[in-house]
Ligand binder design. Structure first.
Ligand code: PHE
Length: 353
């Protein structure tokens, strides 16, 4: 029996070398060190051994148990080390290149709008936002465009009549930011109806027109409106303000010119051109060899519009202007087709960092 035990002891040591994972190690422990293992059983059979030999045999069994326990602990540690090494190798290769982080960026139109607004802010203008969904009254009538006025043909409109309270409201998507002029004037006038305060605001926002989409016109686009109202505001103030803005926007050298035009809500009306900043006025394909780029529409606020806004045209005058940030962005960055702006092609957006 004791030879057999020595044999089991050797067997156990050999078997431990084969153990490669935790499950096998635990099976080994139960088999060779558990309560029913030959070595542990041997302790209870010690009384069968003749008394004189007992201490010696007992010592040997103890020794075998301690050796196996030590070997077990050593193997356990080795396995843990191996596991850790493997995990480190698998998950952490510090030499791998990092994954590029792709931060969001502003849309080119937003960038242009922010630039334009910043310049106007430096010049003392406040930003006034107004709604994209309008009533016919604000988009047209209060701006001196009565029903059936031919000027409506210039701005084909998305009409969405809305029913409510037994009535139909002629709701539409605004075709320009000009209705904001009425909202702004009525707001400021409400602060002191007897003596309305002067106004100096810019109004950015999205506009919509029911048009054929082409390389030059979209059904959706942004505008920035400007409105200045006060006592003794003159056409020379309009020219000075817009010329100063153009110099800050396109460079101190840039020249501007005003051409007579027509808008129902301004009188007189004009359009402002800036000298082509791509060819410095020499003539190129972008300015169609004229040397000038049309940038905005403007004029002195029509007396009827002032009155509709709550400002007495006998006491107050004002000027207004409207410009298209997409058009300005196209000129600044040589973008040939306005459809790029809302087609969500990441390749266009990626060019603006
Ligand atoms: N609302 C005009 C347009 O959409 C632009 C404009 C604004 C002209 C203010 C004059 C004054 O074309």
């Amino acid at each position: 029996m004791w030879e057999e035990l020595e044999g089991k002891f050797q067997e156990a040591l050999e078997a431990l070398k084969q153990v490669q994972d935790e499950a096998a190690l635990e099976a080994w422990r139960v088999r060779y060190l558990g309560r029913k293992s030959p070595i542990m059983q041997a302790f209870s059979r010690l009384k069968e051994v003749p008394r004189e030999q007992r201490p010696q045999v007992g010592r040997r069994i103890n020794e075998m148990r301690d050796r196996l326990t030590e070997a077990y602990e050593a193997r356990k540690q080795a396995l843990e080390q191996e596991k850790l090494q493997r995990a480190l190798q698998e998950t952490l290769d510090v030499t791998l290149p990092g994954r590029p982080a792709t931060p969001g960026r502003f849309h080119p139109s937003t960038r242009t709008i922010r630039r334009i607004l910043r310049i106007f802010a430096e010049m003392g203008f406040q930003v006034f936002t107004s709604r994209e969904v309008e009533l016919d009254e604000y988009n047209f009538q209060l701006l001196n465009i009565p029903p059936h006025h031919p000027a409506r043909d210039m701005q084909d409109t998305f009409y969405v009549d809305v029913d409510g309270d037994g009535e139909t409201y002629p709701v539409l998507l605004r075709t320009h930011t000009s209705p904001g002029q009425i909202h702004a004037m009525r707001f400021y006038a409400s602060l002191n109806p007897e003596d309305p305060p002067p106004i100096r605001v810019v109004l950015p926002g999205m506009c919509f027109r029911y048009e054929q989409i082409t390389a030059r016109s979209e059904i959706q686009f942004t505008q920035i409106e400007g409105l200045v109202v006060g006592r003794q505001v003159r056409f020379s103030d309009l020219k000075g303000t817009l010329t100063d803005w153009a110099r800050r926007m396109f460079g101190p050298q840039v020249r501007t010119r005003f051409r007579a035009s027509h808008f129902p809500f301004t009188e007189p009306s004009a359009e402002m051109d800036v000298e082509c900043f791509l060819c410095q006025g020499k003539g190129c394909s972008v300015c169609k060899y004229t040397g000038w780029l049309e940038i905005l529409g403007c004029g002195m606020v029509h007396p009827t519009v002032l009155k509709n806004g709550g400002y007495d045209p006998e006491k107050y005058t004002g000027f207004a202007f409207g410009m298209g940030p997409e058009r300005i962005t196209m000129l600044l960055h040589h973008i040939q087709d306005i459809r790029f702006f809302w087609s969500n092609d990441i390749r266009l957006l990626r060019q603006f960092d």
